[in-house]
Design a protein around this ligand. Structure first.
Ligand SMILES: C[S@@+](CC[C@H](N)C(=O)[O-])C[C@H]1O[C@@H](n2cnc3c(N)ncnc32)[C@H](O)[C@@H]1O
Length: 247
């Protein structure tokens, strides 16, 4: 499915901005990750960019995980994919509590003679932005990623301090967080202290202080490349940022 057609289906659907969609869509076309995993789909906008690019490649699959409550979103991911005619590229998984439990189950399924067999070429983490949950998710996902696979974190700079209207965030009660936990961006700390220090990862890229990429290869560049996203063609330059209540 062409990028223009994705835009027609999505219209103003939160949360992924058109500039982010352009980056993600072109990443999939370029790197051809056949087996993709997404942690946090909300309405399914980012999922649709991934699946549309897989469709252009003529192969691939996306496992996408969220909370059970995501079924109640309007539109929900089922209706978006039905509209796009791309449901055959997608498996939807919903958990009561957290995608970390989905990852536990996947590791169990992939374990043969005590060793976890990798099964993904790409993982997009766009969920709760919390040290404990997403820090664990990183180590769990690592077990499932093939050599050469990419991982992408959204919300590198996101802090509770700058989202004071939210008293809780997907299982985390803000009142129970310490002052540092409220002030510091958790994804930045996960990326700097867990991902960049991990011996199996390299080729670190930070785009617009929002998206952080790493590749599961020990042999790449260990320094962080700070850059911006690929410029968006002029005809798409409308509403580039995420919109919506739970951003
Ligand atoms: C910003 S939205 C995702 C947006 C989507 N990737 C997009 O760009 O269109 C974050 C989503 O993560 C989900 N989420 C947050 N914490 C989660 C957790 N621990 N387990 C499962 N889903 C979670 C929320 O329910 C929410 O739908």
């Amino acid at each position: 499915m062409k990028f223009d057609a994705v835009r027609t289906v999505l219209q103003d659907t939160p949360y992924m901005g058109v500039d982010e969609g352009w980056e993600l869509y072109n990443f999939v076309l370029r790197e051809r990750p056949a087996r993709c995993l997404e942690l946090g789909h909300a309405h399914g906008a980012s999922s649709l960019y991934i699946a549309a690019a897989l469709d252009e490649l003529g192969q691939g699959h996306l496992d996408s995980v969220d909370l059970q409550t995501s079924a109640d979103r309007v539109p929900n991911i089922e209706s978006l994919f039905a509209l796009a005619g791309l449901a055959h590229y997608l498996s939807i998984h919903r958990e009561k509590n957290s995608y970390t439990w989905f990852l536990k189950n996947r590791i169990e399924q992939q374990t043969v003679a005590g060793v976890c067999q990798p099964c993904y070429d790409f993982c997009f983490i766009d969920g709760c932005k919390n040290w404990t949950i997403d820090g664990l998710a990183f180590f769990l996902v690592e077990k499932l990623l093939e050599q050469g696979a990419w991982i992408l974190f959204d919300d590198y700079s996101w802090t509770h301090a700058r989202h004071k209207h939210k008293t809780q965030n997907d299982g985390i009660t803000v009142r129970s967080l310490g002052a540092e936990e409220i002030a510091q961006p958790h994804v930045e700390k996960i990326f700097q202290l867990l991902v960049m220090q991990h011996e199996r990862f390299s080729n670190f890229v930070l785009q617009d202080r929002a998206w952080a990429w790493a590749q599961k290869t020990p042999d790449g560049r260990k320094a962080l490349e700070v850059t911006t996203k690929t410029p968006l063609p002029a005809r798409y330059s409308v509403r580039p940022r995420k919109q919506g209540i739970s951003d």
